[in-house]
Design a protein around this ligand. Structure first.
Ligand code: S3P
Length: 443
């Protein structure tokens, strides 16, 4: 468990490029593995979560190799031609790998076992077990509907029409993936639009996808349908930089005086870019330079300069487009003038850690004033003053959660007494060169 102290930083200056988008990287590997022929992926995130997906797809027959130029080349098996994995599929810390692959295997006629680390084995899987069981798959899960679990896929599975009870791109994607190898049309209704990388990229690989609206009692809701027994064709994918990784540097440069930092190639898909909107509402100085299209996704370089932030009331409607960015936002709020209130964040309690409880405890230790509610945090900011904890510094528990570790590292950069992270190893799940980039821009 490598612990590390983060303390008062010189201005963050220069240019960095954050690694590839985690969500898009998982999907590129999975879909390329299902296409007949060779796909090339540029800019793939080489974090542990994505490597867990690659390992699982290899165990099921795909040929996946990294070339010397950094591109990944995938020779797919063709949909329906995956082979039963010999050992358990070890998903490490990755909820996305687990839920997407549970969906994929739900319509393949074999049995597989999923396992993972202590954090992943505590996360709820009933949200995918329930709809996938309706499609005909059988599950044997640990008590409480968690990993380790075994799935026996149905061949053929039956298509379903399913309204998501929680706003979750992982659940939506699991059902659509199951629908790929299922005769007929599988349709998902989402009460709140979540990240749409699955539907965008599946269409690119040649699946027939229909996006529409469905009349429900509450009004109109977004519907995504996939036509089953698809023939996927190989494709070259360029993965844009991950806005969720950029978020740590957006906040860091906003709170460390005199910073002026450019983050290149940041994906700004509207279903992901909520953090930029909210930071700007708080007064952050973020300019979009050279907006362009990369691999079918909107991208820009973001120039962020230190600015005085003010507290805001975060609109719960924006939550799905920044669901992973709240730990970083809470740090920004701790340095703002006034109070930041958030609500509608129940889902944060079932991420890699309970992010409301973990961040409330960590920020309080670092000297911030925080109130934990059942569905959000209220953070009373310092008005731009460095946080003052105890003279011996805050010893923060990150609970195997990469985003808590990076958020609290950022808080440390503007704290008087420093913040010690108990374990920096989980950072490698999503952002392996975080420390290197931070050291490069901090003087
Ligand atoms: C993801 C969806 C989100 C997000 C996760 C990645 C995805 O999870 O928190 O980091 O790639 O689909 P939920 O779908 O559970 O909200």
């Amino acid at each position: 468990m490598p612990s590390r102290l983060f303390t008062s930083s010189p201005p963050l200056t220069g240019r960095i490029a954050v690694p590839g988008d985690k969500s898009i990287s998982h999907r590129a590997l999975i879909f390329a593995s299902l296409a007949v022929g060779t796909s090339r992926i540029d800019g793939l995130l080489e974090g542990e979560d994505v490597l867990a997906t690659a390992a699982a797809m290899r165990q099921m027959g795909a040929h996946i190799e990294r070339q010397e130029d950094g591109a990944w080349v995938v020779e797919g098996t063709g949909l329906g031609s995956l082979i039963e994995p010999r050992g358990a599929l070890d998903m490490g810390n990755s909820g996305t790998s687990t839920r997407l692959l549970m969906g994929l295997l739900a319509s393949h006629g074999f049995t597989a076992t999923f396992t993972g680390d202590a954090s992943l084995c505590a996360r709820p899987m009933k949200r995918v077990i329930e709809p996938l069981s309706q499609m005909g798959a059988a599950f044997e899960a640990s008590t409480g509907g968690t990993l380790p679990l075994m799935v026996r896929g149905a061949l053929p599975a039956v298509p379903i029409f399913y309204r998501l009870p929680v706003a979750s791109a992982q659940v939506k994607s699991a059902i659509l993936l199951a629908g790929l190898n299922t005769p007929g049309i599988t349709r998902v209704i989402e009460p709140v639009a979540t990240r749409d990388h699955t539907e965008r990229m599946l269409a690119g690989f040649g699946a027939k996808i229909e996006i529409g609206e469905e009349d429900v009692a509450e009004g109109k809701e977004r519907s995504v349908a996939v036509h089953g027994e698809a023939d996927l064709a190989p494709m070259d994918v360029t993965v844009p930089g991950d806005p969720s990784s950029a978020a740590f540097f957006l906040v860091a440069a906003s709170i460390v005086p005199d910073s002026d930092l450019t983050i290149e190639n940041v994906g700004l898909n509207p279903t992901r870019a909520g953090i930029v909107t909210v930071l700007r509402e708080m007064g952050a100085d973020i300019a979009e330079v050279n907006p362009r299209d990369v691999g079918g996704e909107p991208v820009a370089d973001l120039r962020v300069r230190h600015a005085a932030l003010s507290g805001v009331e975060v609109d719960p409607a924006i939550v799905p487009s920044m669901v992973d960015e709240f730990p970083a936002l809470f740090v920004a709020a701790a340095f703002a003038k006034g109070t930041t209130r958030s609500s509608g964040l129940e889902e944060l309690r079932v991420k890699e850690s309970d992010r409301l409880a973990t961040m409330a405890a960590a920020l309080t230790l670092a000297g911030a004033r925080v109130e934990e509610k059942s569905d959000g945090l209220t953070v009373h900011g310092s008005g731009g003053e460095p946080l003052r904890g105890t003279p011996e510094g805050a010893q923060v528990k990150t609970r195997l959660d990469h985003r808590i570790a990076m958020s609290m590292a950022v808080a440390g950069l503007a704290s008087r007494d420093g913040v010690t992270i108990d374990d920096t190893a989980p950072i490698a799940t999503s952002f392996p060169n975080f420390m290197e980039l931070l050291e490069g821009v901090a003087g």
